[in-house]
Design a protein around this ligand. Structure first.
Ligand code: E4P
Length: 215
């Protein structure tokens, strides 16, 4: 399973990249707005830190404008994946861009039928938002299971990118279901590492070792 960081914060990206386990980055307009920086220079800086897919989202919702924005974003760096919302014009644009060899990440997916349409349009990634489904008492992970099954049934090449991740269990469940990628906030990446028994275990080992030294 590939790990993407779901942030536009350069400090977090640098720290995660230094672990050597970071495969890519996903951004969205809200995450970029949080940084209070100009989009394109920020994107270029992210591309210089991580040598993997970097998702950058279009703002347009009309076919021709989506295409123009997508082509401009894709021209910035070879690792840019253009994030496009799951609407009719978006799918049409994904089909055109996929024919041009531009990679796409279809975002704001909340149903298996939407995921099926994105795969048929030739999306590189589909981003089902599981946390936002959980937030309204729907089972986000059930959607991942349905999409993975549908894509396997037909051998679609579109990769399932689990998004809107809120906690480590989401990552573990997504891995059990065979999702291709999980994009997560920095906090969740750190939470995946920690276990209180590991910490207390180290403390005990070191304390025991100390008693040996004093003999
Ligand atoms: C990433 O691709 C999505 O934009 C992001 O995971 C959404 O997360 P949120 O639901 O926490 O805003």
């Amino acid at each position: 399973m590939k790990f993407f960081l779901d942030t536009a914060n350069v400090q977090e990206i640098r720290e995660a990249a230094s672990l050597g386990l970071l495969d890519g980055v996903t951004t969205n307009p809200s995450l970029v707005a949080k940084e209070g920086r100009e989009f394109i220079p920020l994107l270029k800086e992210i591309c210089s830190i991580v040598s993997g897919p970097i998702s950058a989202e279009v703002i347009s919702t009309q076919y021709s404008e989506i295409l123009q924005e997508a082509r401009e974003l894709a021209a910035i760096h070879q690792n840019i994946v253009v994030k496009i919302p799951l609407i009719k014009d978006g799918l049409k644009a994904v089909k055109t861009l996929s024919n041009e060899g531009i990679k796409t990440n279809v975002t704001l997916c909340f149903s298996p039928s939407q995921a099926l349409m994105a795969a048929k349009a030739g999306a590189t990634y589909i981003s089902p938002f599981i946390g936002r489904l959980d937030d309204i008492s729907h089972d986000g992970m059930k959607l991942i299971k349905q999409i993975v099954t549908i894509y396997r049934n037909y051998g679609f090449a579109t990769q399932v990118l689990v998004a809107s991740v809120r906690h480590p269990i989401h990552v573990v469940q997504a891995a059990l279901l065979g999702a291709d990628v999980c994009t997560m906030p920095f906090k969740v990446l750190e939470q995946l590492i920690h276990h209180p028994l590991t910490n207390s275990g180290i403390e005990r080992f070191l304390a025991d070792w100390k008693t040996l030294q004093s003999k």
